[in-house]
Design a protein around this ligand. Structure first.
Ligand SMILES: *Cc1c(COP(=O)(O)O)cnc(C)c1O
Length: 420
């Protein structure tokens, strides 16, 4: 297995010994040898991190402009979150939901009050939270709306990303995401994202929910047209359909509001959150809804061994505290506006469009300039870790704790690469 397919040398090559003994090249080889090849990471090994910065075993430092797909909004190793982790690890970590634990109640109340929803159902990964929402919507459809058993339909969108379970990939429009994994769960229909007439036409008396991302992040940082979410809300009301927004990536401050739907001034019926809810430390996700939907779940209907565990709950409470106490939501808004201004001022034939909200920003590379990945590699050589999404788009999503001076430095590197 070659270590650097593009011919570039990794930051340094360790030659000491037969097992991976600490050097980046050895570690990458070991990972490729023993791990399934379901990812194709950049050729960089992270062995330490702090705030916005990560470091490889050779001591090279990089500014993290991906923040683990927004799971590290609070920055790496935030002392308050790590403190909560360590403190809770010395008390109790797991009880299962067969018993109560003393951290779950406070966490549920905090997240419910923060979001304005009456009930919270805790899970671990994002995909599990989405699955939970799908189950809630289907059961609500059958028990409350009166859709005949097994006939409920959920409307999804072309370009969606909601996770990797077999049900969820079944309604992906991405060929590779689906290829080979069928047969898929029925009951999902798909319409173009941003097209309100297509959505209206897809609604019928069997529709139980519309499942959407308020911005399609994995899809290429696609922001829907102005007024789209408001019209989606109105259609859902008109047809007695649940509006279900997946805020796993857009939520918790990333777009300059606590939840991206606040930009539209509407309130969905179901929301899934994850990623930054665990403060970059521990997987914590949740489904948020009011009683009228959440009450469809009865004891035994749904669950998770680790969901709602006290370690995750303690971490999540600290993660939410940090977002609020450090004003990270307003920070994302301010720094986002500044970043847009600077990016849009770059005069480069390699930038087709800059789009997004807050600190969730996509730079689209025109097809005439090739794909985005080589630009990411050049940025990496300048100490910036970025990842392309969907061939043509470079996503910028740094930790929300990033300093203005650090952001300026990052923008200088981006400008240099795009104007070279
Ligand atoms: C990351 C993501 C998910 C899946 O979360 P996992 O924790 O990887 O399962 C679902 N929806 C959106 C919008 C995401 O960005």
């Amino acid at each position: 297995m070659s270590l650097a397919p593009d011919g570039s040398a990794p930051p340094s090559s360790s030659t000491n010994g037969s097992t991976a003994s600490g050097g980046s090249a050895d570690i990458i080889e070991q990972t490729l040898t023993w791990g399934a090849h379901n990812y194709h990471p950049l050729e960089v090994v992270v062995s330490k991190a702090q705030g916005c910065w990560v470091e490889d075993p050779e001591g090279n430092r990089y500014l993290d402009m991906l923040a683990a797909y927004s799971a590290v909004n609070q920055g790496h190793l935030h002392p308050r979150i790590i403190g909560a982790l360590v403190e809770q690890a010395g008390r109790v970590t797991l009880t299962s939901r067969a018993f109560h634990n003393d951290k779950l109640g406070p966490f549920l109340e905090q997240l419910a009050r923060l979001s304005g929803f009456e009930k919270v159902l805790p899970m671990n990964t994002g995909a599990e939270a989405v699955e939970t929402g799908i189950k809630a919507a289907r059961k609500w459809g059958e028990k409350v709306k009166g859709v005949p058993a097994g006939e409920g339909e959920i409307i999804t969108f072309e370009g969606n990303f909601h996770g990797r379970t077999t049900t969820i990939v079944g309604f992906s429009s991405d060929a590779q995401t689906r290829d080979g994994f069928g047969p898929f769960t029925p009951g999902f229909v798909s319409v173009p994202y941003g097209d309100i007439d297509a959505l209206a036409a897809a609604m019928n008396e069997r529709t139980v929910a519309v499942l959407a991302e308020p911005i399609q992040a994995e899809g290429g940082i696609l922001v829907p047209p102005e007024g789209y979410l408001q019209k989606m809300r109105a259609l859902c009301d008109q047809h007695n359909v649940l509006m279900y927004l997946d805020e796993i990536q857009t939520g918790l401050g990333r777009t300059g509001k606590m939840f991206c739907f606040e930009h539209a001034g509407i309130r969905p019926d179901l929301v899934s959150v994850g990623k930054a809810l665990g403060g970059g430390v521990f997987p914590v996700s949740a489904l948020l809804a009011d009683d009228k939907v959440m009450s469809v779940f009865n004891p035994g209907d749904h669950g998770s061994t680790f969901g709602g565990n006290p370690l995750g709950a303690a971490v999540a409470m600290a993660a939410l505290d940090v977002l609020i106490d450090e004003g990270l939501v307003a920070r994302a808004q301010e720094l986002g506006e500044y970043t847009f201004k600077r990016l849009r001022a770059i005069d480069s034939p390699h930038i087709a469009e800059v789009r997004g909200k807050g600190l969730l920003i996509g730079i689209e590379v025109p097809v005439s300039s090739g794909v985005a990945k080589p630009f990411c590699k050049k940025l990496m050589k300048r100490g910036l870790l970025c990842k392309e999404t969907h061939e043509q788009v470079i996503r910028l999503a740094p930790p929300l704790v990033i300093e203005k001076s650090e952001l300026d430095w990052a923008l200088d590197q981006i400008e240099a690469v795009f104007t070279a």
